[in-house]
Design a protein around this ligand. Structure first.
Ligand code: ATR
Length: 263
């Protein structure tokens, strides 16, 4: 029987087991998918379980998307470019790190028909997922990316890899068309992102990477102030869809039932 895991900390919020177990069953694959909260010292041991075939594949979430990299043998092109890994597999005795967040985000934005061309995008946060979002936004032909993070140095690190992005101080609000919450604020146990909606006009697009809870305070307030909002559910589904396909060589269906599964 195949065994899959998503590792992170916190991990309670993760709906990956619900989605992957549903697809495993639908595709008649004898396997289970579980979530496991781990601390940093355990990362190495878990990855060695992929090496000795006790685990068939891993997903990686907050805060380990970068931390896993030294323990892997190879990175896919996208994982290399973003220096971020959310999916781990074994191929020809090599442990490979993949990044399905980039296309997950790109497909999610394309699927909701938001025209990103020539738009100004304001990203809050500088954690492991942000480089993936930046790469996807470039593919979507946005005109400007502005970044803000509580810890300025982390935003500056990201700019080292993407020199065209602009940085503003935490709390400052530049002119934008779309704003993305890529911080952990809004997840259970992290507190809420306090964003002053009065500083921006209505008719902006507010996007939250978080999908559980389905509506963070950040999105609720944006709704109340006449903005378009979207949570991270479709990004989550698309990144999982590609991880599943990589591991099982079967393309699972994304249908109404799958989307409902995560409500
Ligand atoms: P991951 O690597 O999976 O994205 P992470 O690196 O822990 O996770 O990133 C979490 C993000 O949420 C960071 O941008 C973090 O800001 P710092 O770099 O300043 O730590 C942000 N974040 C977490 N708690 C926050 C808080 N209370 N206020 C503001 N930002 C916060």
């Amino acid at each position: 029987m195949k065994k899959y895991l998503v590792i992170g900390n916190p991990i309670d919020h993760s709906l990956s087991p619900r989605l992957h177990n549903y697809w495993l069953e639908k595709n008649n694959i004898n396997g289970t998918y579980e979530k496991k909260k781990i601390n940093e010292e355990e990362v190495k041991d878990i990855i060695s379980e992929v090496r000795n075939n006790k685990i068939s594949g891993l997903n990686v979430t907050i805060p380990y998307k970068k931390i896993v990299i030294p323990y892997l043998d190879e990175l896919s092109l996208e994982a290399k470019e973003s220096q971020s890994v959310n999916t781990i597999s074994k191929k020809n005795d090599k442990i490979i790190g993949h990044n399905t967040d980039i296309s997950g985000f790109e497909l999610a934005i394309r699927s909701i028909n938001f025209d990103t061309k020539n738009k100004k995008i304001f990203i809050l946060g500088a954690g492991g997922v942000v480089s993936s979002i930046i790469i996807a936004l470039k593919r979507l032909n946005v005109s400007k990316i502005i970044l803000s993070n509580r810890t300025l140095a982390k935003a500056e690190n990201i700019r080292d890899s993407f020199p065209n992005i602009q940085i503003v101080k935490w709390g400052e609000v530049p002119d934008f068309d779309m704003i993305i919450n890529a911080t952990s604020l809004g997840l259970k146990g992290f507190g809420e992102l306090e964003f002053d909606n009065l500083k921006v006009g209505p008719n902006k697009f507010f996007y939250d990477i978080i999908y559980n809870p389905t509506k963070t305070k950040f999105l609720k307030n944006a709704d109340l102030n006449g903005n378009r909002t979207e949570n991270g559910k479709m990004m989550f589904i698309y990144q999982a869809h590609q991880a599943f396909t990589l591991w099982n060589k079967k393309i699972p269906k994304i249908d109404k039932e799958v989307i409902k599964l995560l409500d």
